[in-house]
Design a binder for this molecule. Structure first.
Ligand code: HEC
Length: 141
């Protein structure tokens, strides 16, 4: 009988340890980073093929988004570029960017996904700019 109780208590302690280990906050369980992860996922599946998985860009395919003053500048311009796409000569950090077109995303991504991915590119790879909300996307044409 006593042996059973001891076993029961031991099992309880082990379970308790597991529960405590699971409850210790890990970075992926914080809400702020969870939102960021949404943007990271949208980026990985829609943008990284052209812009690179670290936003480094690719010659003749897509300009870098990392350390790009346009990306960290006026959020409305960035929202417009992602919603409507981009085509034609641009300058990236003052230097002419060769060629290529970016498809419009308003048909294939919803406003929440566009807000998340823009927030992600504005705050990754050394970029430090304000988050973009779904509301801001909805009010940009
Ligand atoms: C098919 C390749 C391709 C894909 C996919 C793509 N882009 Fe682009 N992106 C481009 C090209 C090319 C340009 C530059 C267009 C130009 O020269 O006018 C560009 C420009 C941009 C710019 C403006 C940069 C600047 O300096 O003006 C932003 C912001 C941007 N893309 C974000 C994104 C995001 C976010 C996604 C995913 C939702 C994405 N792009 C997907 C090719 C792509």
């Amino acid at each position: 009988m006593l042996k059973r109780i001891v076993l029961f208590v031991a099992a309880g302690a082990a379970l308790g340890a597991i529960v405590v280990a699971l409850a210790i906050p890990t970075p992926s369980s914080s809400p702020a980073l969870a939102a960021d992860a949404g943007g990271a996922a949208v980026f990985a599946s829609n943008c990284a093929t052209c812009h690179g998985d670290k936003g480094q860009g690719a010659p003749n395919l897509a300009p870098p988004l990392a350390k790009n003053s346009y990306v960290t500048g006026n959020p409305k311009a960035v929202i417009h570029a992602v919603l409507a796409g981009m085509n034609g000569p641009i300058k990236v950090n003052g230097k002419p960017w060769g060629s290529g077109a970016m498809p419009p995303w308003k048909g294939s991504l919803n406003n929440a996904q566009i807000a998340a991915v823009i927030t992600y590119i504005r705050s990754s790879w050394g970029n430090k700019a304000s988050a973009v909300t779904e509301k801001q996307v909805a009010s940009t044409k």
